[in-house]
Design a protein around this ligand. Structure first.
Ligand code: SAM
Length: 362
């Protein structure tokens, strides 16, 4: 059975959708839910709670120690999350740097777990992206604090290859145990994110399929984006979706799964026996900016409207100068309104963003 890719709909390149977005913008008042000028509702907040990381993955970091940006007191993060939730955010993802390094993380999760989405009857969805190194010892407490699920970054299932990528000996076993502990703690379905680099870990595609089937996790391959600290990215090093699909199809016939929701970033697949799940996130070869529902807050309290933004917008400064919640909400609306239409990876004149992934919060 051949895999059928779901169609790519991109409202930003669709003339009819542009009219629809104007109509939506005209309706937006102070009580309306957060959206940008392209009519995209912003429902997904990614908050970096630290700029520090205990891994130095070769495609992400230079190998140097140390954080570049500061951290805020947890009360300030909590206030920011509350503001975004009051504006329509329904999903909060804690990230970093490495979020499990952040002291007080459990209290922050407890606080966020008390919040209720302003425009939905569903509870707030609280997720965390981690390298998994400290997860085995923390999974139960994270669940008790109110975390719903985790995504673990793991770029190889071969222990030696993994240690070469993370530059941390013994990291594979730690992360694998973290994944298992998260499943046991009820933080599933656990997603495992893998960034493939040609000549480095692209031989692992089939082994990852096996890992998904054996461990009961959703493996998601992510195309490498030019968001690294140094200048190592090249288009040739990116392992693209079509190649991944072809390779997986040779393991067993792939069957496409429907998207869970309209802003889903991953194309989802299972195999013909319905065992295992694979997602492919293809921002380079199949951009999905037209569906972007995200906004990010960095560890030092700046709002970023796109991974590829050339600048950010200070939120903590006005907060510390005494801005009221209404003033901050108005500021957030203004920032989000100007969210970039799309990224320009691979186009002439593409400029790398002003921060790399680890300092934005992936
Ligand atoms: N430390 C946590 C972790 O490892 O998941 C959270 C931060 S990390 C920057 C978030 C995710 O970004 C990881 O899954 C990592 O693989 C991914 N990532 C980092 N640099 C990337 C790049 N240039 N392109 C695509 N994904 C990248």
């Amino acid at each position: 059975m051949a895999a059928v890719l779901p169609p790519i709909l991109d409202p930003l390149t669709d003339a009819a959708a542009a009219t629809w977005s104007d109509a939506l913008a005209a309706k937006a008042g102070p009580e309306a839910r957060l959206q940008d000028k392209h009519g995209r509702a912003i429902t997904d907040l990614r908050l970096s709670v630290t700029d520090r990381c205990n891994y130095k993955c070769v495609y992400c970091r230079t190998g140097n120690e140390g954080a570049l940006y500061s951290e805020l007191p947890l009360e300030e993060y909590a206030r920011m999350v509350r503001l975004f939730v009051s504006l329509g955010v329904e999903k909060v993802r804690l990230t970093g740097g490495e979020p499990l390094l952040r002291r007080g993380l459990l209290e922050l999760i407890r606080e966020i777990a008390q919040m209720r989405p302003a425009f939905s009857a569903e509870p707030l969805d609280i997720a965390l992206t981690t390298n998994g190194h400290l997860l085995a010892g923390m999974a139960k407490d994270l669940k008790r604090a109110g975390l719903n699920r985790v995504t673990v970054s793991m770029d190889a299932v071969d222990a030696e290859t993994f240690a070469r990528i993370t530059r941390v000996p013994g990291s594979f076993e730690r992360v694998r145990d973290g994944i298992r502990a998260a499943q046991d703690a009820g933080l599933g379905p656990v997603k495992v994110n893998a960034v493939l680099l040609r000549g480095f870990n692209d031989a692992e595609i089939e082994a990852f399929a096996e890992f998904s089937r054996r461990e009961g996790v959703i493996v998601r391959f992510i195309e490498w984006m030019p968001l690294e600290e140094d200048r190592s990215w090249t288009p040739e090093a990116v392992v693209r979706m079509d190649e991944i699909v072809a390779r997986l199809s040779a393991v067993r016939p792939l069957v496409a799964l429907p998207a869970n929701h309209t802003s889903e970033t991953a194309r989802r697949f299972t195999f013909d026996d319905a065992v295992g799940e694979i997602g492919i996130i293809a921002p380079v070869s199949h951009p999905f900016c037209g569906h972007c529902s995200r906004v990010r807050v960095t560890s030092d309290g700046k709002v970023r409207t796109c991974l590829f933004s050339q600048s950010d917008h200070d939120l903590v400064g006005p907060m510390r100068r005494g801005a009221s919640d209404d003033e901050l909400r108005a500021r957030i609306r203004k920032i989000v309104d100007r969210k970039e239409a799309r990224h320009h990876i691979g186009e002439p004149g593409f400029r790398k963003p002003s921060r790399s992934m680890v300092h934005i919060g992936g």
